[in-house]
Design a binder for this molecule. Structure first.
Ligand SMILES: [Zn+2]
Length: 339
């Protein structure tokens, strides 16, 4: 495996005037990417470093008096400024989120397509946006865990604490974007891939290869488990959940509409797919997918038990638990009858 020192020197050779702190974050990022083997064979480490440097060559922390704070407000955690090629991180964020946000933004820079500035599998409109964003936060936290030698534990977070409708629980070990992570976990179970798979395909933005690979994988699972959703429809629900969350988060005219539980005007989620946004519909779509995928996995030999833990809606989750308990009882009875 490539030594940390080697990676650091490689980065320095490409940008001799890089400051020490930025160099440290870059080295941490690429060290873990190499160590975890998430870089697909279609791209090289060098090309990824080059790509990162196109969009970000400096990491800067800013406080309340900084022009960035005044412009972006106190909610934004970090962002990439393409003009100054700087990743800005709000300095009053608490650790570990502060450092994780550095990796989050750096990961975006590495996975940005220089031809159109779009990121990862999300090359058109919002298609694949939730998965792109979810794997970003997942991998950023993986880097932190790896570099600091810590392990984050999964938590059960009440849905209303996450700008969502009440009546659910989101299981995730992340410090941000927990709902996206919960959805990523579930599609990982359905596709039978580790989460690192989603990290890998997001490096393949060229010709939208990553999204195509994902679609192939999805089709295999759809057949195997008899899932009723077409790939585009499945992604549409995921990206709907993303768009509702985004509007409830960033400053915009509909932020309060969403947070008050009301319905917005139509937004184009995917090309020619305009939908009104609300927490209620978000809850409905997610609970439909959860319920349906759980049953299909259970009927067709999938990992429904693992899946059940991540069902968000409280009623649906407890139904799933009952189903599992009954099923186990039946199996026990069958075994006893045979003996
Ligand atoms: Zn992001």
């Amino acid at each position: 495996m490539m030594a940390y020192e080697t990676i650091m020197n490689l980065i320095k050779s490409k940008k001799y005037d890089i400051d020490n702190e930025t160099l440290k974050f870059f080295s941490n990022y690429f060290f873990v990417a190499v160590k975890k083997g998430v870089i697909p064979t279609e791209v090289t480490l060098e090309s990824l470093i080059d790509n990162a440097l196109i969009f970000a060559s400096k990491i800067e922390f800013y406080d309340e008096n900084h022009r960035v704070y005044k412009k972006m407000g106190g909610d934004v955690k970090g962002f990439r400024d393409p003009e100054s090629k700087t990743i800005f991180i709000r300095s009053n964020l608490e650790e570990p989120l502060r450092e994780i946000t550095v990796y989050h933004e750096l990961h975006h820079a590495v996975q940005t397509n220089p031809e159109n500035n779009e990121v990862g599998i999300n090359q058109l409109s919002n298609i694949g946006r939730l998965i792109m964003e979810a794997q970003t936060q997942y991998f950023a936290e993986e880097i932190y865990e790896e570099i600091h030698g810590v392990k984050f534990e999964e938590r059960e977070i009440p849905s209303e604490n996450l700008r969502m409708a009440s009546g659910g629980v989101v299981v995730s070990k992340l410090h941000n974007y927990e709902m996206y992570d919960n959805l990523l976990t579930k599609i990982g179970i359905i596709l039978e891939v580790p989460k690192d798979y989603f990290v890998s395909i997001n490096y393949l933005y060229k010709n939208n290869l990553g999204l195509k690979l994902l679609e192939e994988k999805y089709k295999i699972a759809k057949n195997k488990y008899q899932l009723p959703y077409e790939f585009n429809q499945f992604l549409l629900y995921y990206d709907y959940a993303y768009c509702v969350d985004l509007l409830a988060y960033k400053d915009n005219q509909d932020k309060q509409t969403i947070l008050n539980g009301e319905i917005t005007q139509k937004y184009e989620i995917h090309p020619n797919k305009g939908l009104e946004l609300s927490l209620k519909s978000q809850q409905y779509y997610l609970s439909q997918i959860d319920g349906c995928c759980f049953l299909k996995l259970a009927e067709n030999g999938g990992n429904y038990k693992n899946f059940s833990k991540y069902i968000i809606d409280n009623q649906k989750r407890s139904l799933a638990m009952q189903y599992i308990a009954t099923f186990e009882e039946q199996k026990q009875a069958e075994i006893q009858n045979k003996m």
